[in-house]
Design a protein around this ligand. Structure first.
Ligand code: GP0
Length: 805
């Protein structure tokens, strides 16, 4: 559809009149946002309907991406970009006397996710649509997204995220597609005359799952896919069962909040119900759709792929079995074959506390039929494989053991594909963490290195760089991320090199402004902007970063006229509300910031800025302005990382351990264009095997480390009596689980190297250019294309259109 500026302006004026009965000149940005949102919706409405129809009539195979988290952030600008009307709308608004950016600010972040996992799901949604792949998201419409973080006296305080307060322009409620979900009560199997068994439910409850659909607009390709999020309601037929307000509340709370722990969910009833709720609603609606196609159920895998994003949706396996057995009357063998062919699973971590397990009693109590089916899957698994493998291996891989249901085991056994999210991670899965499964099912394991939606993380968030790229290498990179390679030809071009620096400088000025406004800290855009942005976790080692900052600080104190490249250390991180160690680190960083930022001896050589409420929108501000990308997790612990890719794409230089996708970034840019330090994964495992790591010994041997660590307990860093001791003890008394002290010297040297490189201006610009030029391979477009070919076996729809044309 061709939308001209004139048509757009008229439409805005008209709609504003209809909706708010006012002249456009009187409208607030908030009112303009709502009107603009609804106008944009009309621009993709036809394509959305058409995409549904095409999939149905052409019987296209579709993937359904099940994820308990989606983290899209704001959607207005990306919809405009993908519709190809960003400039038209911006110019039109300017002519009407408004700025698009002010209006964009009005949108609340859709923050229905914690961190990497949820953001990955959203990057995939963008890329699936943009590659013309038939795919849909399936998740939960939480009333409250991830908490809003504030700092009070340096402590993290959590406030509710009331993102739906002003309504949500993008969603469409589809009452007519609601689904009943059953839970609780008892179930027993009744034999029918023909010998089959039917489940009979007693005292179980029905809840209504209502879908809210959001359009996933593809990049200038007329494809509009759907993200379907489910919300709970009490069905009319069940009203009488809810006598008290409290009864109702318990139920309505089911989709109220997102659990704020990004990798360690305690076994809470509501969480298990959330998992079953969106899985059951999603799988039921998929089977209902498939039945419309009038094809034999045994061919389901030719039309449907279901992806299980981490184990939270692993109940997809028994739920599909339930539907095929109880509602479609298939035999176990038939149902199982279909289920395994349809399902695939991604593992996102090797951290054992994140491998989900549920107590048997809880599962039996809340989901009795699910538990029966899981028991039978487990029984058959043991029966089938004990012939071939030793008893221990079977015991370790079975689903039910030690009184718990092991969700990863269920996902692996019940699907045809298990993938890790970076090469190293997949190797660790095969060789260590999931080795037993790899022995049984070697063909099921594969790697799919994560990727990012480069449209959002460069085209939208870094306009100065995007414009420079257009000027230098033309615009094809916007469609084909690999064309960023063309920039490599300019690595000796002084004009381009300094233009890259100028673009970065512009972004740093903008971030410095934001820092001033939000924290009142003044930072110089000429300083190195050194950035660590990610969830606060011990294994991600924000602490290592802090120890190095303290070392620099003591260097200055010891030698007041020390020459040093000025640095601004920028942090963004939320801690899970119950993760007290992570919160202690936040408090300590904030107190250290107070100390250093206000010490006149420092003379602006060091600044620490911990920005509140890190989220997608804040990431979009920080990343374009970053010089240094801190990716310093202990080798083997970060499955992939994705901020590493976003920062590289924006020309930051990576300072990293050989962990997750950092290894692949090094391979892409060459080892001269990245700064690597620290233990390798082999060395970490060697310590585990020898059990000879001795943190106290390192402390005793190093005066520098002593000086830095003592600052935590001797009052040097103020107001952290309790937190300082907790952190000190974690390193010394509890032997430093993540080898922070072991990597400290190596990290300091690497930081020195960063400084030297930065001082060689031209060299730095070249490294920056090379990083941008080689970031195309981390586009999520490539990643989802690999999933599509290798795992889901789906094809782009325009291939279809071409054929039928
Ligand atoms: C992994 F297991 N991740 C988990 C989890 O529960 N939550 C979560 O966000 C992250 C990883 O930590 C990651 O390394 C990875 O890239 C991301 O999942 C997507 O695969 C952080 O970037």
């Amino acid at each position: 559809m061709k939308i001209t500026k004139k048509v757009f302006k008229e439409e805005m004026i008209q709609r504003l009149k209809e909706k708010y009965a006012m002249d456009i000149s009187d409208a607030t940005p908030q009112e303009l946002f709502h009107v603009l949102g609804s106008v944009v919706k009309t621009y993709y409405a036809d394509d959305w309907v058409q995409t549904w129809k095409d999939y149905l009539t052409e019987e296209t195979k579709q993937v359904y991406y099940f994820s308990i988290e989606f983290l899209p952030g704001k959607m207005l600008k990306s919809n405009l970009l993908n519709l190809g009307i960003l400039d038209t709308v911006r110019d039109g608004l300017t002519e009407l006397g408004f700025s698009l950016d002010d209006i964009v600010d009005q949108e609340k972040d859709m923050a229905l996710g914690n961190g990497g996992l949820g953001r990955l799901a959203s990057c995939f949604m963008d890329s699936i649509a943009s590659c013309g792949l038939p795919g849909n998201g399936n998740g939960i419409r939480y009333d409250y997204g991830l908490f809003k973080q504030r700092f009070v006296d340096g402590y993290q305080v959590e406030l509710p995220d009331e993102w739906l307060n002003n309504g949500n322009v993008w969603e469409v409620r589809k009452e007519s597609k609601a689904i009943d979900v059953r839970f609780g009560g008892d179930v027993y199997m009744m034999p029918l005359a023909d010998g089959r068994l039917k489940p009979v439910y007693e005292n179980s409850r029905l809840i209504k799952a209502v879908p809210y659909d959001t359009a996933m607009v593809g990049y200038q390709n007329d494809v509009v896919n759907t993200l379907r999020l489910w919300s709970v309601e009490i069905p009319a037929s069940e009203e009488s069962k809810y006598r008290s307000l409290e009864d109702r509340r318990e139920l309505e709370d089911l989709t109220a909040v997102l659990y704020p722990d990004d990798s360690n969910e305690r076994g809470r009833r509501i969480r298990l119900l959330q998992e079953y709720f969106f899985v059951s609603a999603g799988v039921q609606s998929i089977v209902r759709y498939f039945k419309k196609l009038n094809k034999p159920l045994t061919t389901m895998s030719q039309s449907i792929a279901i992806h299980i994003n981490d184990t939270h949706p692993a109940l997809c396996v028994p739920e599909m079995m339930r539907i095929l057995l109880d509602e479609c009357d298939l035999s176990w063998e038939q149902a199982w074959e279909i289920t395994v062919k349809v399902m695939s699973y991604t593992n996102h971590t090797i951290m054992s506390e994140a491998l989900e397990k549920w107590p048997i009693e809880l599962m039996q109590d809340l989901l009795p039929r699910m538990y029966q089916i899981i028991e039978e899957i487990d029984r058959r698994f043991v029966n089938q494989y004990r012939k071939y493998y030793e008893a221990d291996l079977i015991e370790r891989t079975r689903i039910i053991r030690n009184g718990q249901v092991h969700m990863a085991n269920l996902a692996i056994i019940g699907s045809h594909s298990t993938n890790g999210v970076a090469k190293l991670h997949t190797d660790l899965l095969k060789n260590v963490v999931l080795h037993d499964f790899y022995v049984i099912f070697p063909g099921r394991f594969n790697n799919k290195t994560n990727g990012i939606a480069e449209r959002r993380w460069l085209q939208l968030s870094n306009e100065p760089l995007a414009k420079l790229l257009d000027k230098t290498i033309k615009t094809s990179w916007r469609q084909k991320p690999n064309d960023l390679h063309l920039l490599q030809n300019f690595v000796e071009d002084d004009a381009v090199l300094s233009a890259i620096e100028e673009a970065k400088y512009k972004n740093k000025v903008a971030l410095a402004q934001y820092i001033k406004e939000t924290t009142d800290i003044v930072v110089s855009p000429n300083a190195i902007f050194d950035v660590q942005i990610k969830r606060l976790h011990a294994y991600k080692r924000q602490l290592l970063n802090l120890l190095h900052i303290l070392k620099l600080y003591f260097d200055i104190k010891a030698k007041p006229d020390l020459q040093m490249e000025p640095r601004v250390f920028i942090f963004g991180a939320k801690a899970a509300p119950s993760y007290s160690y992570a919160k202690a680190i936040i408090k300590t960083i904030n107190e250290t910031a107070q100390l250093i930022n206000n010490d006149p001896d420092v003379k602006d050589r060091l600044k620490i800025v911990f920005l509140e409420n890190y989220n997608v929108t804040l990431a979009e501000r920080i990343i374009p302005a970053a010089d240094v990308s801190e990716q310093i997790s202990l080798a083997s612990k970060e499955a992939s990382g994705t901020s590493n890719m976003k920062l590289m794409l924006n020309g930051a230089v990576t300072l990293a351990t050989l962990d997750g996708a950092n290894i692949e970034i090094r391979d892409a840019v060459g080892k001269e264009n990245i700064v690597i330090f620290g233990l390798t994964e082999e060395e970490v495992y060697a310590y585990y095997h020898a059990q000879n790591y001795n943190a106290l010994g390192i402390y005793e041997d190093s005066p520098t480390i002593q000086k830095v660590l003592n600052a935590f307990i001797d009052g040097t860093i103020p107001n952290i009596q309790f937190e300082g001791q907790e952190i000190f003890d974690s390193l010394i008394k509890y032997n430093d689980e993540f080898f922070v002290l072991r990597d400290f010297d190596s990290y300091c040297l690497a930081q020195k190297r960063i400084e030297e490189l930065y001082q060689d201006k031209r060299r730095w610009q070249q490294i920056s250019l090379i990083n941008i030029a080689n970031a195309g391979k981390f586009s999520a477009d490539h990643t989802v294309e690999r999933y599509a070919e290798d795992i889901w076996q789906i094809e782009p729809v325009f291939a279809h259109k071409e054929l039928t044309r």
